[in-house]
Design a protein around this ligand. Structure first.
Ligand SMILES: C[S@@+](CC[C@H](N)C(=O)[O-])C[C@H]1O[C@@H](n2cnc3c(N)ncnc32)[C@H](O)[C@@H]1O
Length: 261
C-alpha cells in the first residue's frame, strides 16, 4: 500500500460498544499510556506498509492530539502539520460543573469549533527530493485543488448530513464533503491506494470510490463491516453537488493580514 487516510481511535475509546465515552479531558495515566502505546505501534506498522513519502491523515480532537501525534512521531512518522476541519460542535463551553450559578461568567473549556487532523508522512529516503519521490513512488506531496489553489490546511466543513447518517449509522461518521477533499489530496498524482485501517462504515473508502480512486478498508467489528458493504456504494453514489463540493474546491477566503498578531 502507498497511502493511509484514516480517522481512528483505539477500540476502547471509539464508542462502538455504545458505552459512554470516557471524558477525554479526564483520562488517567494508565489510559494515556495505553493510547500512546497503541498509536506508536500503529505508526510502526503503517511505516512498513507505506511507500516512502506516503501521507497519513489521522482524525483527533483538541484534547488528545498532542498525545496521539507525538506517539505517531515516536513510531517513526514525520509530523507535517495539522488539517483543521472547521466544524461547529456542541462540545465544551459549559460553566464549571456544580458551580454554574456561582461562576456564571466562566466556561471550563472553549466551545469546540474545529477538529484537528494530524498530517504525517513516511520520511523521504535520504537524498531524495519530493520530485524524486513523485517520479519513483508517486508520493511525497499533496494534490493541489487546482493549478491556482494549493491544498489548504484549514477546511470549512459541516456536521455530517442526515442523509449520510441514514445510509451509515456509525457513531463517528465523517461527512463525504470533507473526506473527499482529504482523499483527493492524499494521492498527489491520483494513483496509488487509499487505506483506512479503521474504516467504521466505510466512509473514507466511499469518498475514494466517488473520486475514482482505489481504496481498501479494514474494520474489526463485524456489524460495521457488514454495514459498510451496503453503505460504501450508497455513500459513493451521492452526487458531488455544488453544496457538497463547494468547500472542496474553493479556497478559504481569509483576509491577508500582513502583521498576523
Ligand atoms: C472513529 S471510527 C471510524 C469511523 C469512520 N471514519 C466512519 O466515518 O464511519 C473507528 C473505527 O475503527 C474500528 N477499530 C478500532 N480498532 C480497530 C482495529 N484494531 N482494527 C480495525 N478496526 C478497528 C472501530 O470499530 C470503529 O468502527
Amino acid at each position: 500500500m502507498d497511502r493511509v487516510a484514516s480517522g481512528a481511535f483505539p477500540p476502547s475509546f471509539d464508542g462502538h460498544t455504545r458505552q459512554p465515552l470516557p471524558r477525554f479531558t479526564a483520562l488517567n495515566q494508565k489510559e494515556r499510556d495505553t493510547l500512546e502505546r497503541f498509536f506508536r505501534d500503529w505508526s510502526r506498522l503503517v511505516i512498513r506498509a507505506l511507500r516512502p513519502g506516503g501521507h497519513v491523515f489521522i482524525a483527533s480532537n483538541a484534547f488528545l492530539s498532542q498525545l496521539t501525534f507525538s506517539a505517531l512521531v515516536e513510531g517513526g512518522l514525520e509530523f507535517r502539520g495539522q488539517i483543521i476541519r472547521l466544524v461547529r460542535t456542541f462540545r465544551g463551553g459549559d460553566r464549571p460543573k456544580n458551580a454554574e450559578d456561582e461562576f456564571a461568567d466562566v466556561c471550563s473549556m472553549p466551545r469546540s469549533h474545529y477538529e484537528p487532523w494530524g498530517l504525517f508522512r513516511k520520511p523521504l529516503p535520504s537524498g531524495m527530493t519530493v520530485g524524486d519521490c513523485l517520479r519513483q513512488f508517486g508520493t511525497g506531496g499533496l494534490r493541489r485543488i487546482s493549478p491556482q489553489q494549493p491544498f489548504s490546511d484549514v477546511i470549512l466543513s459541516e456536521r455530517t448530513p442526515q442523509r449520510e447518517k441514514e445510509i451509515a449509522d456509525h457513531p463517528s461518521l465523517k461527512p463525504q464533503s470533507f473526506l473527499r477533499r482529504i482523499v483527493y489530496a492524499a494521492l498527489p498524482l491520483g494513483t496509488g491506494t487509499i487505506v483506512d485501517t479503521f474504516m467504521g462504515s466505510g466512509s473514507t473508502v466511499a469518498a475514494a470510490e466517488a473520486l475514482g480512486l482505489h481504496a481498501i478498508g479494514v474494520e474489526r467489528h463485524a456489524d460495521y463491516y457488514i454495514m459498510s458493504k451496503t453503505a460504501i456504494p450508497k455513500l459513493a453514489a451521492l452526487p458531488t453537488e455544488q453544496a457538497l463540493v463547494q468547500p472542496m474546491f474553493v479556497d478559504l477566503q481569509l483576509p491577508l493580514d500582513p502583521s498576523p498578531h
